[in-house]
Design a binder for this molecule. Structure first.
Ligand SMILES: C[S@@+](CC[C@H](N)C(=O)[O-])C[C@H]1O[C@@H](n2cnc3c(N)ncnc32)[C@H](O)[C@@H]1O
Ligand code: SF4
Length: 377
């Protein structure tokens, strides 16, 4: 469920967001539920729900409750379902935490990025390091569910000490889950414009490689498992929702800019919130792109997302989806990558050895180049 509102747009962010308009919150919630009502009914119960954005933590608890009730009016929530809410440090208070908990939210994902005041100000964030720490202290003390914090790595002038300091703040509060994102310069962002004008906005890739070793070994030393390129979890704290994406399972995305996958179809919604709301109120389609995936695309997609995870791609699942044809289609790539020690078969999974996980995207690309016969489905 995509909630596009943000207090302001951060200079690096290209997600489908708009400056917050509290007067539109109720309209958006109603539109999300209307769109949901128009999508094919889910056959099974919902195992995970993710309120992402944007900043869904800006919605009043009453509106989140309306959303959750509306969802459940049409589909069953599985017992023990994971329900995640994305929040900013400015949304967190003792009252908000207890309201979210009463609503049945089981997991919070908080955007910290860094604790460096100057960097946060340069990014256009509406919190400083102290507010980030205060929000985490409240969560660590009062939140009984799981939670995750996002960090950005690779901003201009970031030293290894800065990175270690940011990580240490999260470890001090025993964050069960940490996402560490390498800063990317996305077209259409202010950061992109600054770079285009010649400013240095990001560390060079050579630094990023050594920083990667630093943050992954640091977190490993404190018991975190790198279960996906950018994601680290203590035991039992993996994100179930994200793992479903990485297994290339079906998902339903609702709201401006949201994408959905229901094999063999993929679709994504209009990104502009105003247009999205107009389409809903005019009873018109909110999708701007619908695509039917060929089996070869689906196979490459399964590798593209699955090989970024430590578990890798489940061979039984490949067989269930593609019969024997996947092995023939991938034979050349598998042979080449195994010889280069960039691929292994362990516990009936095809996976990348831990030391090469950061190269997952270029390793998966080998299959696109070497695929022989397209698989059938
Ligand atoms: C959809 S945002 C929501 C988080 C929340 N609104 C916040 O900012 O606190 C999810 C995460 O994506 C990451 N992100 C956004 N733009 C990025 C970029 N250009 N490069 C790397 N990570 C990015 C940030 O770490 C952010 O916390
Ligand atoms: S990083 Fe978060 S707060 Fe900043 S613009 Fe993106 S979604 Fe909004």
């Amino acid at each position: 469920m995509h909630v596009p509102f943000c207090t302001d747009r951060c200079t690096y962010c290209a997600f489908a967001t708009m400056a917050d308009r509290p007067a539109l919150h109720r309209d958006l919630v109603d539109a999300l539920l209307l769109e949901y009502g128009r999508r094919p009914a889910l056959e099974a119960g919902m195992e995970t729900v993710y309120f992402g954005g944007g900043t869904p933590g800006l919605l009043a608890p009453g509106l989140l409750e309306r959303l959750l009730n509306g969802l459940q009016a049409r589909s069953r929530l599985e017992t023990g379902a994971e329900i995640t809410l994305e929040v900013n440090p400015t949304n967190v208070s003792k009252d908000a935490l207890s309201a979210w908990s009463e609503l049945g939210i089981t997991r919070l994902s908080i955007g910290i990025q860094t604790f460096d005041d100057a960097v946060l100000a340069g990014f256009g964030r509406h919190h400083d390091g102290d507010l980030g720490r205060a929000a985490l202290d409240l969560i660590a003390e009062h939140w009984k569910g799981l939670w995750s914090a996002d960090l950005l790595v690779g901003f201009k002038d970031q030293t290894s000490q800065d990175l270690t300091f940011d990580l240490a703040q999260l470890l001090k509060r025993s964050a069960p889950h940490i996402s560490v994102y390498g800063l990317t310069i996305e077209p259409g962002t202010q950061l992109h414009e600054q770079a285009r004008r010649g400013s240095v906005v990001r560390l060079e890739d050579t630094y990023m490689d050594s920083y990667d070793i630093l943050w992954s070994s640091y977190l490993h030393g404190f018991g975190y498992e790198r279960y996906e390129v950018s994601n680290f979890a203590l035991p039992e704290a993996r994100s179930r929702h994200n793992q479903a994406y990485w297994r290339n399972e079906d998902y339903l995305g609702i709201g401006p800019g949201a994408s959905s996958s229901r094999h063999p179809l993929r679709w994504s919604n209009l990104r502009d919130t105003k247009q999205y709301l107009e389409q809903i109120s005019g009873n018109r389609d909110t999708r701007h792109h619908v695509e039917r995936l060929q089996p070869s695309d689906r196979l490459l997609e399964s590798l593209g997302v699955g090989l970024r995870t430590r578990d890798g791609v489940d061979i039984d699942e490949l067989e269930r989806r593609f019969g024997d044809s996947w092995r023939i289609a991938l034979a050349a790539g598998i042979q080449q990558l195994k010889q280069q020690r960039l691929l292994e078969e362990v516990d009936n999974n095809l996976r990348i050895p831990a030391t090469a996980l950061t190269r997952a995207d270029s390793i998966a690309a080998v299959f696109a180049r070497t695929m022989e016969l397209p698989p059938s489905q």
